[in-house]
Design a protein. Sequence first.
Lengths: 145, 400
Amino acid sequence: MPTPTSIPVVDGLFDVQDGAPALVGAKCTACGTHYFPRRARCSNPACNGAEAAPVRLGPRGVLYSWSVQAYRPPPLFGMDPWAPYAIGLVDLPEGVRVMAMLTGAPPEAFQIGSPMQLRLEPLRVDADGREVLTWKFAPVAEHVA
Amino acid sequence: MAHGIRDKVAILGMGCSRFGERWDAGPDDLMVEAFKEALADAGLERDRIEAAWLGVFYQEQSTSKSGLPLSMALRLPNVPVTRVENLCATGTEALRGAAYAVAAGACDVALAMGVEKLKDTGFAGLPERTKGTFEDLWQPGFTPPGAFAQLGAAYAAKHGLPMDELKRAMAHVSWKSHENAALNPKAHLRNRITVEQALNAPMVAYPLGTYDCCGVSDGAACAIVTTPEIARSLGKRDLVTIKALQLAPSNGVEMGHASWDGAHTPTTRIAAAKAYAEAGVQDPRAELSLIEVHDCFSITELVLMEDLGLSEPGRAAFDVRDGRYDRDGAIPCQVDGGLKCFGHPVGASGLRMVYEVYTQLLGRAGARQLSSPTLGLTHNLGGIPNRNVASISILGLHAA
Ligand SMILES: [Zn+2]
């Protein structure tokens, strides 16, 4: 996964295989419900399954809704330098709806229903000079407004 | 369903502090301010309080997370105090505890208090508060405005409504609340605004501008509850009783799943259906005299009109602009000014809403008094649209 000069914002949220990033979620071994982020147990009220196994999700999805965060959130978020950024809800083929930062287009250019692609991008540089990577979704190239 | 809480508990007295930037008062002062009013209203000495529930969400830096702040501030030593927290439904959760205790016969008179002093946290919006180490780290900068704002684009897309039409309805929501708050001496933001002002305000999170967001305030509100029989024996003639108390947390799969309707708040629909059944409400549109809902943002209030079954799907924006939820409309909403103008001291908000319904039902609302209200609803939505607790109370005049 990340090169020695980068680290994930949180371990276990995404990985890279053969250069392709994917979100890492979980799939219930009994009912098949998917979750993001990963969890150890299914929480589907209609399921009695005990286990949920790690599974790669996406990496493509469809934009369900979006907004633009116009003020700087409280500090724990740790984006630096900060600038207003788009956020959105992306529906993945597995049935999961993921909230994510959006990238790859001006904030007001996002369109509900358009295909989106996962990307890893730096959120900040840490004290050791490493890029702290987070996951974002960008419009699939041919659909940029 | 079992018989439920309906008419088992009466409100003996209520109090509500002035909400605002209360640099003059600590949380204990705010509790005392609300409590004195409630005691005078109830016509009781404070030693009649047998148990208390304290709702506090953020403010542990000056109140701590125990029951002690209430015991000490209100001088109620050795009375059992349960401190509760359930996101934005925290105040209503305190009322639920007190009401259930009375209904169970565990005590005759109980107190529900909610307090929060948000301004002391020094942050302009809601302060940072841990949701657990992992949760904090993985959520990439999703503020409450950013999360709720997405109801806007999703609602517009789902119902085929142009965003400028939706924005105008959202502006009407906030304009209406400011009109109401101008008549309420306890509200924080008492200025009147125009729809144009709301439309042209700086963006906080598209499509939410400054006037689409509720204030950040300090405040406290409380209720003293007992049984209807005891209330009568104490000489109360007009009685407000609790008709329903319901709470619906997210179910597990709806959080983060495409099966969840991200243009609405499904938990509200579930809580509302249960609350209407518990209260015996057949037709909420005809029966509810007023409602106080969780207008953390204008778009939230708008979609809630459909979630509560008061507007047809896709029609809330039109009903709002037709004035249906104005003070002189068919179902007045936020007659006191709402979260919009009271701000949202989280622990206090639910009880502040109940205070307005109680005040209106007893005909004590002065310049903003509605004509002969008989039944009111309060609603809280804690969390974010896809991960929340929805809380509903229904209160009404009790037949003699
Ligand atoms: Zn399952």
